[in-house]
Ligand binder design. Structure first.
Ligand SMILES: C[S@@+](CC[C@H](N)C(=O)[O-])C[C@H]1O[C@@H](n2cnc3c(N)ncnc32)[C@H](O)[C@@H]1O
Length: 323
């Protein structure tokens, strides 16, 4: 009789977030397997450590590449395909010999996990059982303390590896978002959030549920320090924290009329009274003068006053800035 492959989700980091079922299966397994990057560490194994039993065989499936370049003839994709095929055969040997294998998956096995590559290769030959786990998105939302989606709100999960324009487009089209796979992608992700005007309410969550968990506003994140195990959450608008008020300007184009000040419309006068900077050809800006009572002082940019680009800096609340 052949063994069973269990794809077991072990949650986002805190071993207490491993489900009762996962803990039991880990303890009962003949063989416990896990993926790791070339550094050899495995977060999934760290989550499962309290539930491992003496004498269990362990298999570390070490990726030959992560984001590095490779000299494999098939490139990055070819190197991964070979690795997955070899790893599947290594597990298949144990399954064929009748041993039950638990393959640990950080978070949930069916949610951006390495487990699925083994599942797809082995499910036709062996019984494969998937045990769901707490995802990193759930743990990150818990860490922020802000409800992620409510009522009819739509949540979009985005890999940070997408191009900036694609991220921006999708952020503009959703109520809430979880952006995963950060690290070196962070500057792109931050750019997309700013471009979609969603940066103010976004929260960065690093190593959710672990002792070194951090939650930061986007503006407080140093891009060079962002690890892979971090996620950005944009809560739906119902619960989005008020964005820090970033003063944003606007450009208003006004026509002054054909000559006499009396021909300037009330609407244009209003806009001029609100403006903090007035820009235009000197011929025109000369026609827009603050009243003597105004605290606003015209400022000419550039070394030559005749350049077309005269700014008048004023404060909107300045007394006497009327027309
Ligand atoms: C390959 S995916 C694995 C997702 C995992 N299967 C799950 O269910 O959450 C890796 C990405 O998940 C996110 N992630 C995983 N664990 C995390 C944690 N503890 N805190 C924040 N983000 C995490 C990060 O965005 C990371 O780049």
């Amino acid at each position: 009789m052949t063994g069973i492959l269990y794809g077991v989700g072990v949650g986002p980091g805190d071993p207490e977030l491993v489900t009762v079922k996962a803990a039991r299966l880990i303890a009962e397994a003949d063989v416990v397997a896990y993926h790791s990057a070339r550094h050899g560490r495995s977060n999934a194994r760290a989550c499962a450590a309290p539930y491992l039993r003496e004498g269990q065989a362990e298999i570390r499936l070490m990726y030959p590449v992560t984001t590095e370049t490779t000299d494999h003839p098939g490139g990055y994709r070819g190197a991964l395909d070979d690795f997955y095929a070899g790893a599947a055969e290594e597990l298949a040997e144990h399954l064929t010999a009748g041993r039950n294998v638990v393959l640990l998956a950080e978070g949930d096995p069916m949610f951006y996990s390495s487990y699925m590559h083994m599942h797809k290769r082995l499910r036709g030959r062996f019984e494969c059982v998937v045990v769901p786990g707490v995802t990193s998105v759930s743990a990150a939302a818990a860490a922020t303390g802000v409800p992620l989606v409510e009522a009819d709100e739509v949540l979009t999960v985005l890999p940070g590896t997408l191009p900036e324009a694609e991220l921006r487009r999708r952020l503009a089209d959703t109520d809430a978002a979880a952006i995963m796979k950060l690290g070196r992608t962070f500057p792109t992700v931050r750019g997309a959030l700013q471009g979609a005007d969603r940066d103010g309410s976004a929260r960065y969550v690093e190593r959710a549920s672990r002792p070194d968990e951090r939650v930061l506003a986007l503006a407080d994140v140093t891009a060079a320090d962002v690890p892979y195990f971090s996620t950005v959450l944009v809560p739906g608008r119902i619960n989005a924290p008020a964005a820090p008020s970033v003063p944003r300007g606007e450009v208003v184009v006004v026509g002054l009329g054909p000559g006499d000040e009396a021909w300037t419309t009330p609407e244009v006068r209003h806009e001029l009274s609100e403006a903090t900077d007035i820009v235009g050809y000197r011929t025109y800006t000369d026609r827009v003068r603050p009243r003597p009572a105004s605290a606003c002082t015209p400022r000419t940019t550039g070394s030559r006053p005749s350049v077309p680009g005269t700014h008048w800096n004023s404060r909107p609340e300045a007394p006497g800035w009327r027309w």
